[in-house]
Design a protein around this ligand. Structure first.
Ligand SMILES: Cc1cc2nc3c(=O)[nH]c(=O)nc-3n(C[C@H](O)[C@H](O)[C@H](O)COP(=O)(O)OP(=O)(O)OC[C@H]3O[C@@H](n4cnc5c(N)ncnc54)[C@H](O)[C@@H]3O)c2cc1C
Length: 390
């Protein structure tokens, strides 16, 4: 067992760190308070080869590993937390599911704009009545000749104010086996994007409405029976979510450490108070433990770069908890300055809070972990469950 990055990974991390310091550090605070997708950063990241890190070179990617993508998102987040969303969108989010399951014609149509930073893709998965219970989604897709007709609506889609393409989970028929996904361009007739709302993080999301929305059948990504594949792709999104949670926790930790080393009260630096030293020790232990779980999940990804459900769940739940707890403590240690928008600590706290819910909540991840522990499926729905009877 080797707990070190390889020489190539270390050099890559250094190169990304240098890029982030040179190109992203200056605007980091301002960027954190701008709700719209930072396309300027996306173009810089594309030029630096930081979009499509895990995609094959034949598809316009860099041919790297999931761990390479994790290293990139961490290094960017440690300098500019908001810019890490660009690395997420260009490597871990719906772009990854698209790239995994798209046919050559779909890749040729959609990937170039996404990988050049000119466009961003948004995920339409959650519905008002289908959150954690995502398989209860009601948005339908019906084949009509060469077209597919979509009806329904979606909530909470990240980047929906700015996305030109949406990966939408739809129902072609009843039950889990009826679920698949389609690619919908922003300008499609019958597709309306509602007024922006804001999360606690200030990020915008819009409700998506599909009313007799017709798309070419060529825009079907995965037909009925595609749900398991979608979730396999979504596990990559969860790794990016976990990596940002951890990196923003570490970002806030670094701010608090610097503050505690310099700030004096009662004639001593804050770092000299044991009450605060022990906070730092607890934070460091959690960050290190979370880091190992994250790297394990990424390093053990299969030959397609897809991580296992169990290792993803443990990494995501623990990184989500750790990121928020550490950022929250960092705010406390920094006092009013930490709570103020003059510092990125409060931003890290607000962002990490959201990832405890997004992408499969901590509770849903723990349900998955429990299934692994007991080696059986626990149906969350009321009533006798087929698997419980076994
Ligand atoms: C920052 C952010 C970004 C998001 N981005 C997107 C996006 O881009 N696209 C998209 O489609 N959606 C997005 N979402 C929505 C997200 O996927 C849902 O919020 C999430 O699936 C939870 O659903 P819900 O909010 O409806 O909560 P609910 O499912 O109603 O759950 C409420 C609470 O009950 C708990 N709970 C529910 N079921 C169980 C259970 N069986 N066992 C134990 N506890 C349970 C949950 O953990 C949660 O704490 C985003 C959400 C956030 C916060």
């Amino acid at each position: 067992m080797d707990f070190q990055l390889t020489e190539a990974q270390r050099l890559f991390a250094e190169a990304v760190r240098r890029f982030a310091h040179d190109r992203l550090a200056a605007g980091a605070l301002k960027r954190a308070h701008q709700p719209r997708f930072p396309f300027d950063v996306a173009k810089l990241a594309a030029d630096q080869g930081l979009l499509g890190i895990t995609l094959p070179e034949a598809d316009g990617g860099q041919g790297g590993s999931l761990l390479d993508a994790v290293i990139a998102i961490e290094q960017v987040a440690l300098v500019c937390p908001r810019s890490a969303d660009v690395i997420q969108a260009g490597n871990f989010g719906p772009i990854r599911t698209l790239a995994e399951y798209a046919n050559p014609a779909q890749k040729a149509r959609f990937l170039p704009d996404l990988l050049s930073g000119r466009a961003v893709i948004s995920l339409g998965m959650s519905e008002s009545e289908a959150g954690s219970a995502v398989t209860e989604l009601k948005t339908t897709a019906r084949r009509d000749g060469d077209e597919v007709v979509i009806d329904g609506s979606k909530v909470f889609s990240t980047h929906s104010s700015d996305a030109s393409l949406f990966l939408v989970y739809v129902r072609f028929g009843p039950g889990v086996d009826g679920i698949g996904s389609v690619l919908v361009e922003r300008e499609r007739p019958g597709f309306t994007i509602g007024k922006p709302s804001a999360f606690m993080s200030d990020e915008e999301w819009c409700q998506l409405y599909f009313q007799d929305c017709r798309i070419p059948a060529a825009n079907v990504l995965l037909g009925a029976g595609g749900f398991k594949k979608q979730i396999a792709g979504f596990n990559v999104e969860r790794i990016g979510n976990a990596a940002r949670s951890l990196a923003l926790g570490r970002h806030a930790f670094n701010l608090a450490r610097e503050h505690a080393a310099g700030r004096r009260q009662f004639g001593r630096t804050l770092s000299e108070f044991q009450g605060l030293q022990w906070k730092f020790a607890d934070m460091a232990m959690k960050l290190d433990a979370a880091q190992l779980l994250l790297y394990r999940a990424a390093a053990n990804a299969d030959d397609k770069g897809l991580p296992s459900a169990y290792e993803t769940a443990t990494a995501k739940a623990f990184c989500n908890q750790t990121g928020f707890e550490v950022a929250n403590e960092a705010v406390q240690i920094m006092g009013a300055l930490g709570y103020s928008r003059e510092s990125l600590a409060e931003y890290c706290m607000r962002r990490t809070r959201g990832w405890m819910i997004a992408g499969g909540s901590i509770e849903m991840m723990k349900n998955r972990i429990a299934e692994h522990i007991f080696d059986r499926r626990f149906d969350q729905r009321p009533g006798p469950s087929k698997t419980d009877e076994n």
